[in-house]
Write a protein that binds this ligand. Structure first.
Ligand SMILES: [Zn+2]
Length: 243
């Protein structure tokens, strides 16, 4: 009697570029299979973007949810939670050879994946959702410009200025904070812009969830940007500031 062999005996998933990734999940019908001769070669984008490139995850309806790395994207593929994918192909990963069919698994990860199942960001659907405030996303909201003198600075030379200072009852909220260079911030001190003789170059605003995802993105590809931009409010200042 023949010994039973599982359908997916090989668990080593080899990346076609630079590093390896061990994978122990079962094969999914969403994955491609090829004979050894059909295995595609590593495309140039792998060298171009590297495996640090983030993938934009959306829900099934296409609502942007979060950034994930390629490991999480592959996991979602294997779990059968990728409803559809679009955008450019970022990664192509080769799996083990199936002992029964002799075919090798190949997973392609696109720049945008729509997924089913639980989201890590249930607040994405709340109308009154306010993203957490931090300097990294604040500086990006304001295009790394000091909103008083208009100078562009690196993050270490920028600071968070409270337009209406704490001293006068101002709060630490998106619509009361702007990016300011240290010089302007020191000059303004515990005063309003009017009291300090300064003029704001742009009105601070609270990002929507889609805008916040853009602000959190480390390196947003053009197709991801185009997709996110379609979810920005029509009046969003980021239409102009985002590259
Ligand atoms: Zn300044």
């Amino acid at each position: 009697m023949a010994t039973f062999r599982p359908a997916m005996p090989a668990v080593g998933l080899r990346l076609t570029h630079r590093c390896e990734y061990i994978w122990g999940m079962f094969q999914s019908p969403r994955l491609f299979t090829h004979t050894a001769a059909e295995i595609p070669t590593a495309p140039e984008w792998a060298a171009l973007h590297g495996f640090g490139q983030q993938v934009l995850r959306t829900d099934r309806s296409g609502l942007p949810l979060e950034w994930i790395d390629y490991r999480e994207a592959v996991r979602l593929h294997f779990m059968g939670q990728v409803a559809y994918a679009f955008g450019s192909t970022l990664f192509r990963l080769r799996g083990g050879v199936n002992a029964r069919s002799g075919l090798r698994t190949v997973v392609e990860v696109s720049s945008i994946v729509a997924t089913t199942g639980q989201t890590h960001n249930p607040s994405a659907r709340r109308r009154d959702y306010t993203p957490p405030l931090n300097n990294e996303t604040l500086f990006k909201r304001d295009g790394h410009l000091c909103l008083y003198c208009g100078g562009r600075f690196g993050p270490t030379l920028l600071s968070r200025d409270h337009v209406r200072p704490f001293y006068l009852g101002g709060v630490d909220a998106w619509n009361n904070v702007v990016t300011a260079c240290r010089r302007c911030n020191n000059h303004k001190a515990n005063r309003t812009p009017e009291q300090a003789g300064l003029q704001l170059l742009a009105v601070p605003f609270t990002p929507t969830y889609a805008e916040y995802i853009y602000l959190k993105g480390r390196r947003v590809l053009s197709d991801q940007m185009e997709y996110l931009r379609a979810h920005f409010p029509r009046s969003s200042p980021l239409h102009c500031r985002a590259g």
